[in-house]
Design a protein around this ligand. Structure first.
Ligand code: MG
Length: 395
């Protein structure tokens, strides 16, 4: 029996992880569940899955849970999340909180030796070097839950990493793939949330529409598979049937294909290295499918290029990219900015952060290479939050 802790159990990946756990009750149990604000849903999950530990974002929510017919142990805040994932009985942590909130609890889980199923790509975007180094030091496997990286992970099984020519990540292209560039300005959050193939959370769905999601995935692949971003390409594949590909030096292309169902990569991560029979609909490739592949339009979707640029700049630039995107997407969802304003806000934050003379982490060493520490990443995150908030209020 594998005992699972879920960071973000009420989100899209969290609820689908619970679907997998429910489908294999003899193999998996939900040891710890954590949620941000959806306390009612968390309460229902507690009744169904009987976790030993739960954590909520704030003390009031935790009190509400503790008053219910709750689990033995209820915690609150970041400390609560850490408690939930580092418990000695936990075997594996599914890290599925969106944005930067999952960074510290995931690092603590790695230090506690827990296998990680990583759905939160922002963690690797912001702090890939620290996360991967800690995983190596602690002998911890980081198994991708992202469908593209799950595909690459499968393609690379048994391959010599030195013989990889490049990785090709597929992107659906989002709902605006065929839009007239002039019409993008008027696109509402409702239009952007209408993703053609995948059923995902709001943040990642907007990131899919801007292609920032694919940009994050390029950086994620760079850390997971130890490849330079120059060897990671993106291709638009609207059918989302080929989940990604690896080209080897001999010219062979390896691909993984399957249904557009996140429960499949989640099940892969939970059962790895075993494979279990799927209880969900299969994808029949012998039907009459047409698969198309096209290069991305980087002029129309500048966020993809910003991600490559942040990765080339290195150090804290990807953390600024990630946090500025989080702020810009939130402002777009609240109708405070337009769809095409998103990349400008991120690019401005990246440039200003690089030049900011008052950055507390750079005051004593402005001309030396920037060190990458958890402190410098947290400082970059904080700087970006404050800068973008001021900028967004000023309009
Ligand atoms: Mg993905």
């Amino acid at each position: 029996m594998k005992r699972i802790a879920i960071l973000g159990s009420t989100g899209s990946v969290g609820t689908q992880t619970l679907d997998v756990i429910a489908a294999f009750p003899d193999r998996y149990s939900a040891h710890s569940l954590t949620a941000n604000t959806q306390v009612d849903l968390l309460q229902r999950q507690i009744s169904q899955f009987h976790p030993r530990t739960v954590a909520a974002a704030d003390g009031d929510s935790a009190d509400r849970l503790a008053r219910g017919s709750g689990p033995p142990s209820v915690h609150a805040g970041v400390e609560g999340l850490i408690e939930a994932v580092t418990h000695p009985d936990v075997d594996m942590v599914i890290s599925a909180l969106p944005g930067s909130a999952g960074l510290v609890p995931t690092l603590k889980a790695i230090e506690a030796g827990k296998t990680i199923g990583l759905a939160n790509k922002e963690i690797l975007v912001m702090a890939g070097e620290i996360v991967m180094e800690s995983a190596r030091r602690n002998g911890v496997d980081i198994l991708p839950v992202d469908s593209e990286h799950c595909a690459v992970h499968q393609c690379l099984a048994g391959q010599d990493p030195d013989r990889i020519e490049r990785v090709i990540l597929t992107a659906s292209g989002g709902p605006f793939r065929n839009s007239d560039p002039a019409a993008l300005e008027r696109m509402s959050s409702k239009d952007a949330l209408n993703h053609p193939t995948w059923n995902m959370g709001r943040k990642v769905t907007i990131d899919s529409a801007t292609l920032m999601n694919k940009g994050f995935e390029v950086i994620e692949a760079h850390w997971l598979f130890d490849l330079p971003v120059s060897k990671i390409d993106v291709v638009i594949h609207p059918q989302s049937i080929i989940h990604s590909m690896v080209e080897m030096v001999d010219g062979s292309l390896l691909a993984q294909l399957g249904p557009t169902d996140m429960r499949i990569p989640i099940q892969y991560a939970l059962s790895y290295p075993e494979r279990l029979e799927t209880p969900w609909p299969r994808f029949d490739i012998t039907r009459n499918w047409s698969l198309t592949l096209d290069p991305p339009d980087e002029d129309m979707f500048p966020c993809l290029g910003l991600a490559y640029e942040a990765s080339r700049r290195g150090a804290t630039a990807p953390a600024v990219l990630s946090t500025a995107d989080e702020m810009a997407v939130e402002a777009f969802l609240q109708h405070r900015i337009g769809f095409t304003d998103i990349p400008g806000i991120i690019a401005d934050a990246m440039d200003r952060h690089a030049a900011a003379p008052d950055r507390p982490d750079r005051q004593d060493r402005p001309d030396r290479p920037e060190p990458v520490t958890l402190e410098s990443i947290v400082a970059a995150d904080r700087w970006t939050r404050a800068y973008c908030a001021k900028k967004l209020i000023a309009g």
